[in-house]
Design a protein around this ligand. Structure first.
Ligand code: M7G
Length: 394
């Protein structure tokens, strides 16, 4: 948690109460020339040119006591998420870190009577041994214990408002840290204007594709997973086939435990398939395999059926190595909106009906104002908009 003194140090506060800018809807593309791009640089301290793309933080141990916030990037009251830009003073004041704090959802276990909770092993039986080892002390603890105390705000007749101070173990914050964060990461987390762009097949060939070849967000984390260098213990399922294989594991946005917020990612093993745009009927066995095996595994491990899953792809994605999102229908994480999400069933159906569907179709996508791709596409279409800050001054 942030100390009061640290909060006072914040230079500016931007509050965003809509879900559109919440932390997870995209990791913006990170160009090789990131330090030279994007308008928010005007309001930020300069990004040092020595920023190491892809992160050299493998053995870094982070301590929030050393985190010095300089700016609130987003504060989303719907998702109960805040993204902070700052420095870890014990690591480097020349490099930025982004710290994302998220209040986690209630789990059913936490809401049961503690005695029932202790006796219930129905859910734990579904969870693997490694997951049980990783489980925190929070598991099995209930809000209804002596550790929860009510502080009275007011009581009026039969109505009462209280603040509940509870066991810290069940009041944890999911925390994501990006360090060193580049300017592209900062732009991604910052509340800013976004526009819906209709990318035609021609726009893709003449603008998007050359842009991707020039400005490529590092896929290092993807290859680390595929080659078992990172997150190995988080793998839920792996199909090793070269053509139709994939790795299923919890998304960065999911703690891997709170089933109510289930969010898994299927990363394909085959290299070179960037996005929806590359898909042809040759990939149908791969897509069907991801859908069928993914659903089976999720059903047996988490007890959630295929009819409770939202299985979708993003366009534009942040990372151009094909992957499929599996999210619980009950949970509304960022990135499920119509303007970004394409259901896997629909994608398979489109490819079955029209083999070159994704090479021909106009695909709408939402881009941020300071995204270079937005600037390039709108320049070609002759639709360049004035930056929001300039408009606001008029
Ligand atoms: P996307 O559609 O490319 O972009 O999805 P999005 O961020 O706009 O959704 C990439 C997905 O990969 C997102 O859901 C991220 O949360 C997730 N993700 C990103 N990183 C860097 C990691 C990581 O290091 N590990 C895991 N497990 N997931 C990640």
């Amino acid at each position: 948690m942030l100390a009061a003194a640290e909060v006072k140090k914040l230079e500016s506060v931007e509050t965003n109460n809509t879900s559109s800018n919440s932390h997870g809807d995209s990791f913006q593309r990170q160009g090789q020339s990131a330090a030279a791009t994007a308008s928010p640089a005007a309001t930020l301290p300069p990004i040092p040119s020595s920023v190491v793309v892809g992160g050299g933080s493998n053995s870094t141990s982070y301590e929030l006591a050393h985190f010095e916030p300089v700016r609130i990037l987003t504060n989303n009251s719907t998702h109960k998420t805040v993204s902070l830009l700052g420095h870890f003073s014990n690591l480097s004041r020349d490099e930025y870190a982004i710290v994302v704090l998220e209040k986690t959802a209630f789990t059913e276990k936490q809401l049961r009577n503690p005695v029932t909770t202790a006796n219930s092993d129905v859910e734990t039986s579904r969870i693997s041994e490694s997951e049980q080892q990783n489980a925190t002390a929070a598991d099995g603890k209930s809000f209804f214990s002596a550790k929860s105390q009510l502080r009275t705000e007011f009581v009026n007749d039969i109505y009462g408002n209280f603040l509940c101070v509870t066991d810290p173990e069940i009041n944890q914050l999911k925390t994501t840290i990006i360090y060193p964060a580049t300017e592209k990461h900062i732009v991604k987390f910052e509340a800013q204007a976004r526009y819906l762009v209709e990318e035609t097949a021609e726009d893709y060939q003449t603008v998007t594709l050359p842009h991707l070849e020039k400005e490529q967000l590092s896929l290092e984390w993807v290859f680390n997973i595929l080659e078992h260098r990172k997150e190995k213990e988080r793998i839920v399922y792996e199909d090793p086939s070269d053509e139709t294989g994939f790795i299923l594991l919890p998304d960065l946005k999911w703690d891997g435990k709170t089933v109510e917020q289930l969010y898994l990612l299927a990363l394909i093993r085959k290299r070179g398939i960037k996005s929806l745009r590359d898909l042809t009927p040759a990939h149908l066995p791969l897509l069907r395999n991801i859908k069928d095996r993914g659903c089976e595994v999720i059903k047996s491990r988490y007890g959630i059926g295929a009819d409770q899953l939202r299985i979708h792809l993003h366009y534009q994605p942040s990372f151009y190595h094909l992957h499929v999102h599996f999210t619980y229908l009950k949970h509304d994480p960022p990135g499920i909106n119509a303007e970004k999400s394409h259901l896997l069933t629909t994608v398979i159906g489109n490819l079955e009906l029209v083999p070159d569907y994704y090479q021909k179709v106009t695909l709408p996508c939402v881009l941020r104002e300071s995204d270079n791709l937005y600037k390039k596409i709108t320049a070609v279409k002759g639709e360049t908009k004035e930056p929001e800050a300039k408009r606001a001054r008029k």
